[in-house]
Ligand binder design. Structure first.
Ligand SMILES: *Cc1c(COP(=O)(O)O)cnc(C)c1O
Length: 489
């Protein structure tokens, strides 16, 4: 592998004794240290020894080695890689926030608890729910929490027969996984050709053993489930509860509320809808909301407000337990609240229409070249089933990799599982017409390349630090250390 100087690891650039800072000498004695002697290390850590320009180049180059929303258009459907206003980051980068400790007495952190409580109330308003808990760390964690609330609710009523959870076949994989983690048996509900839930199939599966139906609306193919009122009454008549996976809440903000549609329990992915960058798997938060009558089952600890507005952190007896040691991923809440307050109710209600307009614009501009299995107006995202002309053998994976050469991150590929060549595009509400047009142009150019020179597209990308790894070999013989990478077997 031919590597440029600063492609090397910082450890390879290290030279003994080289440094970029002169610190004043400091009279330090071990006796001043409160750590027990047995825990002190005997040798200094092997840190890289480099000059200042090398350190700066290391971090600057590393920060641009990967693709991010700050470097280009990132239409990753279902994950919602949207633009997160920098003002929300500024709100978190405050010493008053950085120095908070979760074990501080409630008296000394009234402001922080007020932020927690204010966000809970704002989310309850957005979701049409009675009460929220912010504690879960992600969407999947929220699903698990919500299902545990449902489990606790039925056990509280002495009903031990409800052991099954219904999940549509279009659902995100976390839905069946969370239901199984919460101790339920998972039963799949079929979709119709238009991607919405097959209500006849659902009705046939509802009985007194069902605890809940999990729904995503708009669903994972970006279609609005119009049958929710009918579904809600079927589910409730069977004595079960209706769970709302809020990962696709974006187009509904300020326009429609899950609580008003008959959902009993829901989660919101703050990192998808409310301003937290979540590349690389974190940080996130998956607050859970419940309708009136289920509040007492939400996880401990809770932030409780007395008549004078004084806030305390308390644990209730009826909660199903805890999902976090403290109050969850606190900095994510500050960003979410800053986003909600700066947007205001009016601004939030613009998110959905703009996201929907952008998605439909991209879809209509490409559907003569890419196969659209479910036609008609979509919400904030839509799914192609690969190219229409598949004669050259160019797959969705090839298109996704070729897009990188055009400077765009790929859409989500091979999800949802309903189609063989799924390519799921979510442009989000904040992209300019120029960006959308450039993306459309790139997608069209790739479709033409796929016809004229399919081998060229199959070998893409050409302009990235890593171009075309052997996917099968990577899975069968993973290189997990730097040494292995440099000296391939
Ligand atoms: C992202 C997503 C989830 C899981 O959320 P995480 O925050 O990634 O755990 C669940 N359902 C749908 C539809 C999603 O898009």
């Amino acid at each position: 592998m031919n590597r440029k100087l600063y492609d090397k690891l910082i450890f390879e650039l290290s030279r003994p004794g080289r440094h970029g800072a002169d610190l004043p000498s400091y009279n330090y004695s071990h006796s001043a240290c409160t750590l027990p002697e047995g825990l002190l290390r005997e040798t200094a850590p092997e840190l890289p020894e480099v000059d200042e320009p090398t350190v700066v180049r290391h971090y600057t180059n590393s920060s641009t080695n990967n693709f991010g929303v700050d470097t280009g258009f990132y239409p990753l459907g279902s994950c919602t890689m949207k633009y997160n206003p920098k003002v929300d980051e500024a709100a978190v980068a405050d010493a008053a926030v950085e120095n908070l400790h979760p074990a501080q007495p409630a008296d000394s952190v009234q402001g922080a608890l007020k932020i927690y409580r204010t966000l809970e109330k704002a989310l309850a308003e957005v979701g049409g729910m009675a009460e929220f808990s912010l504690n879960p760390f992600a969407g999947a964690h929220g699903e698990y929490t919500g299902l545990m609330v449902i489990r606790r609710y039925f056990l509280g009523k002495g009903d031990e027969t409800r052991t099954r959870v219904l999940v549509p076949d279009s659902a995100h994989g976390t839905n069946p996984a969370s239901a199984a983690m919460a101790g339920f048996e998972v039963v799949e509900v079929k979709s119709l050709a238009d991607g919405t839930v097959d209500i006849d199939d659902l009705a046939g599966k509802l009985d007194s053993t069902v605890a809940a139906l999990m729904m995503t609306n708009p669903n994972t193919v970006g279609m609005f489930e119009k049958g929710i009122p009918q579904i809600a009454s079927l589910v409730h008549d069977a004595g079960a509860l209706l769970y709302y996976d809020g990962a696709n809440l974006n187009p509904m903000l300020g326009i429609a509320r899950p609580g008003d549609m008959g959902f009993d329990v829901m989660h919101i992915n703050l990192h998808k809808t409310f301003a937290t960058p979540h590349g690389g798997g974190g940080p996130g938060a998956g607050p859970v909301g419940v309708r009136a009558g289920l509040e007492q089952y939400l996880p401990n600890p809770r932030v409780v407000e007395d008549a004078e507005g004084k806030l305390t952190v308390e644990c209730g007896n009826e909660a199903f337990g805890r999902v976090s040691s403290w109050l969850g991923n606190y900095t994510v809440y500050i960003k979410a609240l800053a986003y909600i307050l700066t947007m205001g109710a009016e601004g939030l209600a613009w998110v959905g229409p703009l996201a929907t307009l952008n998605a439909n614009y991209v879809k209509e501009s490409l559907k003569d070249l890419y196969l659209l299995p479910i036609d008609g107006p979509c919400k904030h995202e839509f799914v192609f089933d690969g190219l229409i002309d598949k004669s050259g053998g160019v797959t969705t994976l090839n298109v996704a990799k070729r897009l990188l050469d055009y400077g765009f991150h790929a859409p989500t590929i091979y999800f949802p599982l309903l189609f063989h060549e799924s390519l799921m595009v979510e442009p989000t509400e904040t992209e300019s017409p120029e960006t959308l047009d450039a993306f459309i142009e790139a997608m069209r150019a790739i479709a033409h390349e796929a016809k004229e020179n399919p081998e060229f597209v199959k070998n893409a990308p050409y302009d990235t630090p890593v171009s075309h790894p052997d996917e099968d070999k990577a899975a069968l013989e993973p290189c997990l250390t730097y040494a292995e990478l440099m000296e391939p077997r």
